[in-house]
Every structure is written in structure tokens, then in C-alpha cells.
Design a protein around this ligand. Structure first.
Ligand SMILES: [Fe+2]
Ligand SMILES: [Fe+2]
Length: 326
């Protein structure tokens, strides 16, 4: 919870205003669910993976580039169907542009922090596949109902909180491993990511605050909690493979979720009902590389390499003591 409280404090400072309805909805949901990404052992697992799995850290950057691109596309789709809500539309459009830019930032980070990890051809292939937002974009005919918009904004908000926490867990590792001559540039890029993620939390918080105020707040509390249950299931599902492969017995308790997250039936939802990469969550647990080989353009079609460059995910994280670069 410390990470979340720090994040809320940072958002309040960023906006220079209070948002009591949003804060109440968020805090009561987080106390109830105790999301995996706020638990100390989650941070330990990041360190465990970063320090023991060869190639895990640079692969996170590569996969983050791809995931951010997918996130940008999803956000642009939302923008296209949100009508008569200028504040939400402006927020979503900027967010879509930010995530498209972040995809390139992550590729730049892998260049600087882990030079030569991604071969030129593979890098070019990834770079040219990233989502580009055209100069001229048009709205779609269909219209997103207000309650669905609130649902999406809630999900984006919690996903961005997790992203900020992940960034704070990973950034020091990236920074420390960066060759000295690139440290300054890496620090700048990581800081710019942090600023943007803070903005993404802030604009969605502002919109949720308005909804909470208008609806009397209790509805926002219900919506935030329901979505956090789903997000918790999604987050632990993303962790499960990594923990089974690399965590040993030590991290299994991270997979324990409240029965309410499972809809009370004690079962995970069927695979087809689970969130998948490219869905609205936008940020995912990085997949674990099968081995430590650098990406090679000539084997890119093998299932192993596919799992390393086409997974879903970015950084996920928590507030710790001030990381070196942030
Ligand atoms: Fe991002
Ligand atoms: Fe973001």
C-alpha cells in the first residue's frame, strides 16, 4: 500500500488539487483486494528475475516497445468512439500519442542500456511494425456509452498505477547496467517515462473524480473495486508462468487471490474470457525468455524467439526508496 499512497501523493502534487471521491474509491478497493503488485514480495520477484535470469531485463524493454504500441492503438480506438466529452477525448488522444512515443523510447533504452542485444535487422523489423498515429484521424460512427467509458478509465487508471510501480522497480536495474557513457541519456528517458505515466494516472483520476462527484461517489467505489478484482486476476495470471518457471516455492503465495476476484466460484475464468495482450489493460507482465541468447533475425520464426519479442508487456512496479535515475 505504501507504493499506492506514494503514487496518489505524487498525482495530487502533479495536479495541485485534491480528488476525494477518486482517492476513496481507489484506497478502499486496494485495501480490500491487496493487489499483487503492491506486495513487498512482488518487488522481490522483480529483483529475483532481474538478477538471475539472463536476458530478462533487455527483453522487458523489447516487449514493452511492442506492448506500448498495442496500447496506443487500443487507446486511439477508445478516442474514436468517445463523443461529447472533450476532456476525456483530449486525455485519451494524448495518451495514445504518448504510448506510441514510448514504444520508440523503449527501443532507444535497449540500444543504450544493452547495446547489441537486439540485432540491427530485428530492431528494424520491430521499429517498422510499431503503431503510428496518422495526422488525420477520424471518429467512428459508434459511440461508447458513458458507463463503459468509466469502466475503461478505471481500468486504465489501475494499469497505469501498476506501470508506475513497475517502472520504479526496474529503472534502477536498467540504470545500473547501462554503460557509463549512456547513463545520462538513459536517466533522461526513464524520467520522461515517469512523468508521462504520472500524467496518465492523473488525467484518468480527474475524470473519475468528476464522475464520483456527480454520482455521489458510491457507484465509483463499486466500479473501482469490481475492476480491481478483475485486474488482480489478470495480473496474477500474467505472473503465474513466470513464477512456475523461475520462482521456485518462494514466490507461490503471490498467486493467491481473494475468492471474490474469481467471481466467488474459486476458479479462474476460461482462457477465452481472460484479458489478452492488446486488450484495454495495456501493460503486461513481461514474458520470460526461454534462454539467454540475444534475439537473432534468422531464428525469429521459432516459437522461442516469438515468445521473446511478441509477448505482451512492460514494466509493472512500486515505489521504493528513490531509485538512482528517477
Ligand atoms: Fe507508457
Ligand atoms: Fe502509460
Amino acid at each position: 500500500m505504501k507504493g499506492i499512497k506514494n503514487a496518489i501523493a505524487a498525482v495530487k502534487e502533479y495536479l495541485n488539487e485534491d480528488f476525494p471521491f477518486y482517492s476513496d474509491a481507489l484506497l478502499s478497493a486496494f485495501v480490500r483486494v491487496n493487489p499483487v503488485f503492491t506486495r513487498p514480495k512482488y518487488a522481490d520477484f522483480f529483483w529475483h528475475c532481474g538478477s538471475t535470469i539472463p536476458g530478462w531485463l533487455p527483453n522487458i524493454l523489447v516487449e514493452s516497445a511492442i506492448a506500448e504500441s498495442i496500447g496506443s492503438k487500443t487507446l486511439l480506438t477508445y478516442w474514436k468512439i468517445v463523443k461529447d466529452n472533450e476532456q476525456a477525448e483530449n486525455g485519451l488522444l494524448r495518451h495514445a500519442r504518448d504510448e506510441a512515443a514510448h514504444a520508440h523510447v523503449f527501443l532507444r533504452l535497449v540500444d543504450l542500456a544493452f547495446p547489441d542485444f537486439v540485432p540491427f535487422e530485428k530492431r528494424h523489423e520491430i521499429d517498422s511494425s510499431l503503431h503510428k498515429i496518422p495526422g488525420n484521424i477520424e471518429k467512428e460512427e459508434r459511440r461508447l456509452p458513458e458507463m463503459m467509458l468509466i469502466n475503461y478509465l478505471t481500468r486504465i487508471n489501475m494499469a497505469e498505477l501498476r506501470t508506475l510501480i513497475n517502472l520504479h522497480l526496474l529503472a534502477p536495474m536498467f540504470y545500473v547496467l547501462t554503460p557509463d557513457e549512456n547513463k545520462e541519456a538513459v536517466s533522461r528517458l526513464l524520467n520522461s517515462l515517469q512523468r508521462d505515466e504520472l500524467h496518465h494516472i492523473a488525467y484518468t483520476a480527474e475524470l473519475l473524480e468528476i464522475f464520483g462527484r456527480d454520482s455521489g461517489g458510491s457507484l465509483l467505489n463499486v466500479i473501482y473495486k469490481e475492476n480491481l478484482y478483475k485486474f488482480e486476476l489478470y495480473s496474477t495470471q500474467g505472473l503465474e508462468e513466470a513464477i512456475r518457471a523461475h520462482g521456485g516455492n518462494e514466490f507461490f503465495d503471490l498467486l493467491q487471490v481473494d475468492e471474490l476476484c474469481r467471481g466467488g466460484d474459486g476458479n479462474r475464468p476460461p482462457a477465452e474470457q481472460r484479458s489478452s495482450p492488446g486488450s484495454s489493460w495495456s501493460i503486461y507482465w513481461p514474458s520470460i525468455p526461454v534462454d539467454s541468447r540475444p534475439l537473432r533475425p534468422d531464428v525469429s520464426n521459432s516459437p522461442e524467439d516469438q515468445s521473446r519479442v511478441s509477448g505482451s508487456d512492460s514494466i509493472t512496479p512500486t515505489h521504493r526508496a528513490t531509485p538512482a535515475p528517477l
